[in-house]
Design a protein around this ligand. Structure first.
Ligand code: ARG
Length: 568
């Protein structure tokens, strides 16, 4: 289905052709609603190119533009912008069409891709901390949206299950492990032995050396160390799975770093053989002498002691995703500190001749109220599981206050939707590169740009339908008279314009902020326009608008990975 934006862009292109002018400029939503719904800078761009007066060019275009069925007569404003205001009848017609459309106007892409998206990717024997929330929540939303457009998406959890931390974990396991604590809270115990070993090894070189030995032993296949490793992986995975269940996150594959282990020697051999890598001070490195920003930053793919590292694994991972999984697009979602690493990895891939579209999708940090990286009081990372439990507990209080008569199972279900939704939305409503302060009060507030506010708008709509005793609307004609209902309908028509923008620069916040605007517009409508108490045909038409608003809110939030309760 065509959006108003694409329809108007076509009409504009036709007018330019008719006026014997080249296609130029853009047709965008109006920057200020007072001037209309859409605007174009075509006249400005053309006037500049041709050294003419922009208002004259604008008049020339207006003389040819044929938008009578869609818009009021277009106007020229300011230095030469052309403004378009949609006619209420055109909006009503489009909204009625959207009511019949499962996809709410969003068309599938015609050029589908096979995308591997690597997101979340926590590390074993360390708790998944809030930093991983961002990558997990962002990656999940992007995967959902890509899928909605019809792309083939493979969600891959690139778990850190083979890194150098295992030297310390195994040393700690052998020397410090408390079996009872391990049974009670395995992750806490793993973290404890890891931290304690880390402390010891910074003070005592012999401990450091012992850890290194344990790592080498594990990597060369020592049965005891491998069995300890395996137990740690299993325990951590169990912990991750619980968090994923709560978060409603799923992966298609989970190829951790260990999966690539036996491919690493071949990667290094190959790069040496092709001349892309060279030996430098005993290590095997790839240099990027022709790229100024990387010129003094070689990528080490085999250390002097013969060990492989994070980069070696990522080169092998590129091979696997392209050759085995047949991906043509690779998205990797991590924090900004890995920017340099992936610049190097993608450059190596290009030099090896890979043609895939590689994107490193980075994000900022989550800060505590003190504006420093979010930590617990003792200075540790905040474990994700505790955070999610707290979110649900706090949301439960809100439900108790708002709706004490609900059954216990309902309360649990609703609290989970609100609590988890709030955590996700707090993240997704920010531009991904911005650091933001984690605040329970703010994210769980029923007012403002929060998940509960949006969920509440949806719940209000559902309650209208419960009162009406109707489940769906069955009309094919809307009548829009009041400003509040026209505005709401216009916004609903924009859903299909907004969703595609998210993938341009991987910005779910564009969708989140649109939904916030929509919820605001719905509330204004709800205050201004009685629904069930109004006369026909307004009653049915308004019910239909409510129906559409509920569906757009639900679908939009679903694309962000957020669920809506029916009551709250
Ligand atoms: N485990 C890494 C971390 O916690 C993220 C892995 C990202 N993916 C990759 N292919 N390197 O920072």
């Amino acid at each position: 289905m065509e959006t108003f934006q694409t329809l108007l862009a076509k009409k504009l292109a036709d007018a330019l052709t008719a006026a014997k002018l080249p296609n130029a400029g853009e047709l965008t939503p109006a920057s200020d609603a007072r001037f209309g719904d859409y605007q174009t800078n075509a006249a400005l761009v053309l006037a500049k190119q041709r050294g003419e007066n922009p208002r004259n060019v604008a008049e020339k275009i207006l003389g040819r533009v044929d938008v009578g069925d869609l818009c009021e007569p277009p106007t020229v404003a300011g230095v030469g912008f052309i403004n378009f205001t949609l006619r209420a009848e055109a909006v009503a017609k489009k909204a009625a069409e959207l009511l019949q459309d499962e996809r709410l106007g969003v068309t599938k892409t015609t050029s589908t891709r096979k995308i591997v998206i690597d997101f979340g990717s926590p590390n074993v024997a360390k708790p998944m901390h809030v930093g991983h929330v961002r990558s997990t929540v962002l990656g999940d939303a992007l995967a959902r949206i890509a899928q909605f457009f019809g792309h083939e998406v493979i969600r891959d959890n690139h778990i850190g299950d083979w890194g150098t931390q295992f030297g310390m974990v195994i040393y700690g396991w052998k020397n410090l492990l408390d079996r009872q604590s391990l049974q009670r809270d395995p992750i806490a115990e793993l973290v404890r032995i890891y931290k304690e070993t880390n402390e010891r090894s910074t003070k005592d070189p012999s401990v450091r050396e012992a850890c290194r030995q344990e790592l080498v032993k594990m990597q060369s296949g020592d049965a005891e160390n491998l069995s300890i490793w395996k137990q740690c992986v299993d325990l951590s995975m169990g912990d991750f799975e619980r968090a994923y269940k709560l978060l409603d996150i799923h992966y298609d594959i989970q190829r951790g770093e260990s999966f690539y282990n036996d491919r690493l020697p071949k990667v290094v051999e190959r790069l040496l053989k092709s001349g892309l890598a060279e030996i430098s001070e005993g290590a095997v490195c790839v240099f990027f002498r022709d790229i100024p920003e990387l010129a003094d930053k070689p990528c080490i793919i085999r250390k002097r002691d013969g060990g492989y590292n994070y980069a070696t694994t990522d080169v092998a991972t590129v091979d696997y995703r392209i050759n085995d999984l047949k991906a043509d697009t690779i998205w990797i979602v991590t924090g900004a500190p890995q920017i340099l690493h992936f610049k190097q990895i993608f450059e190596i891939a290009r030099r090896e001749g890979y043609k895939a579209d590689f994107r490193h999708i980075t994000h900022g940090s989550i800060l505590g109220e003190n504006r420093k990286l979010m930590k617990t009081r003792s200075g540790d990372n905040v474990p994700l599981r505790e955070l999610l439990d707290e979110a649900c507990a706090r949301a439960r209080k809100i439900v108790e206050e708002k709706n004490p008569d609900l059954s216990d199972t309902e309360k649990i279900d609703i609290a989970q939707k609100i609590g988890i939704g709030a955590v996700k939305y707090a993240d997704l409503s920010q531009y991904r590169m911005t650091d933001y302060v984690f605040s329970w009060d703010k994210m769980l507030s029923l007012q403002g740009n929060t998940a509960p506010y949006l969920q509440n708008a949806y719940v209000r709509i559902r309650s209208i339908f419960r009162k009406a005793g109707e489940t769906q609307t069955k009309i094919d004609q809307l009548v829009l008279a009041e400003a509040a209902e026209i505005n709401l309908a216009k916004l609903l028509c924009q859903f299909a314009e907004v969703v595609p923008q998210v993938l341009n620069d991987f910005r779910p916040n564009i969708l989140a902020n649109y939904l916030f605007e929509l919820a605001n517009s719905f509330h204004t409508f709800y205050e201004a326009c009685p629904v069930l108490k109004s006369e026909e045909p307004a009653r049915s038409s308004r019910l239909a608008l409510c129906d559409l608003a509920g569906r757009v809110l639900q679908r939009g939030l679903d694309l962000l990975g957020i669920k809506v309760p029916e009551k709250m």
